[in-house]
Ligand binder design. Structure first.
Ligand SMILES: Cc1ncc(COP(=O)(O)O)c(C=O)c1O
Length: 364
């Protein structure tokens, strides 16, 4: 198969889905896929059997969730425009407003719909201010219990999202306690609470049973339906980016240039200054794997290989499902990776290819 392509592996995906199914059963919480992280709908047939629906960040995501995933469709956006609100309402079961300003502005249009409000508990697990919902002056949600109480009759639920790749159950537990202390009296008057995404509960060694017990206790204490909005946790480890080495050189280090670009195809790694992952990453030959765009820092990372890397070698970059396909772009006109699925019987099927026509039609 011609590289580059994202390869989604249904068996690996299933491992996460099995954990989600167990957590739903044990905790009573519902799980909605966060489309901002992963929206490759060719595997929604599999995911929708283990998850309750989707949550969204825009009109287009809410439409996609409604059309391709089904189940419960939550609509959320940092801000809706007058031109899109009616279509959002047509495509969702619940609408969550980011601010009291938006709730008031669209109060009449959303009458009769299940409504919620994003609440910012002003604590988070993110150290990276770019991704920290609790950063100073954050626009993500209302934070003052007294101000929120004044509109409580207009909503039946809250959405909190303050975890970020949080692998630490105790940290999650402590932050939920902060939420309870600050907003408990309000939560008691609600029907549902979404605790957002960012909980890395499908990771190895995560104490899933503790999480289930904590969510169940929370739901029972306040009499609410709990929702989780896993993005990364739903698809972690489920895809690779398959690339081919186009050139090698040594500029003090051994370099390999591949037919992909971190900026165009795995943008989050660049934004958060993280290295990609190539396994097993053991062996005596250290090589810096670089992208083919003109960006000087278009570098996937440095990896250890058993053999020297040569032109024509195929490399497989791990963890390529989350925040990759949803963010890919046409920078430098680098060929956009196709999307392929490895079925459970091992067969690989290409579900989408991109060519020059797509590049041209993305602009005018
Ligand atoms: C409101 C909301 N829900 C869910 C998610 C998904 O988070 P993750 O992919 O870390 O699980 C995000 C991510 O930014 C979010 O902002």
């Amino acid at each position: 198969m011609q590289t580059p392509y994202y390869l989604i592996d249904r068996s690996r995906l299933q491992r996460n889905l099995d954990k989600i199914a167990w957590l739903r059963e044990a905790s009573g919480a519902k799980a909605l896929l966060a489309l901002k992280c992963f929206a490759t709908w060719s595997v929604f047939d599999q995911m929708s059997r283990y998850m309750d629906g989707t949550t969204s960040s825009s009109l287009f995501e809410v439409k996609l969730g409604h059309e391709k995933f089904g189940g419960e469709t939550h609509a959320y956006s940092v801000a809706y425009g007058e031109d899109e609100i009616d279509e959002v309402l047509e495509n969702c079961d619940k609408i969550i407003f980011n601010s009291i300003g938006q709730l008031s502005r669209f109060r009449a249009q959303s009458e009769g719909k299940i409504r919620g409000l994003r609440v910012n508990p002003q604590v988070s697990t993110s150290d990276f201010d770019l991704a920290d919902p609790a950063r100073p002056f954050s626009r993500l949600g209302e934070h003052d219990p007294a101000v929120i109480e004044a509109v409580l009759d207009q909503v039946s639920g809250f959405m909190f999202h303050n975890n970020c790749e949080n692998e630490d159950f105790d940290r999650f537990d402590a932050m939920l306690t902060v939420i309870e202390e600050r907003f408990g009296p309000l939560i008691e008057r609600l029907d549902w609470v979404s605790l957002g995404g960012g909980i890395h509960f499908t990771g190895e060694n995560y104490p899933l049973a503790k999480l289930a017990a904590r969510l169940k206790a929370f739901a029972e204490k306040y009499g609410v339906q709990v929702y989780l909005e896993p993005g990364e946790a739903a698809i972690t480890g489920a895809a690779t980016l398959e690339v081919t080495v186009l050139d090698t050189l040594n500029n003090g280090k051994d370099l390999a240039i591949v037919d992909s670009s971190i900026e165009a195809h795995m943008l989050d790694l660049l934004i958060y200054r993280e290295s990609a992952k190539i396994l097993p990453d053991t062996g005596p030959h250290k090589v810096m794997v670089c992208g083919k765009s003109c960006l000087a820092g278009d570098i996937f990372g440095e990896f250890s290989f058993e053999e020297p890397v040569k032109v024509g070698d195929r490399l497989s970059i791990e963890n390529a499902a989350g925040y990759t396909m949803v963010k890919k772009n046409w920078f430098n006109g680098v060929k956009m990776p196709a999307i392929a699925i490895r079925e459970e019987n091992g067969e690989i099927r290409t579900v989408r290819e991109f060519g020059y026509e797509d590049f041209r039609s993305a602009l005018s």
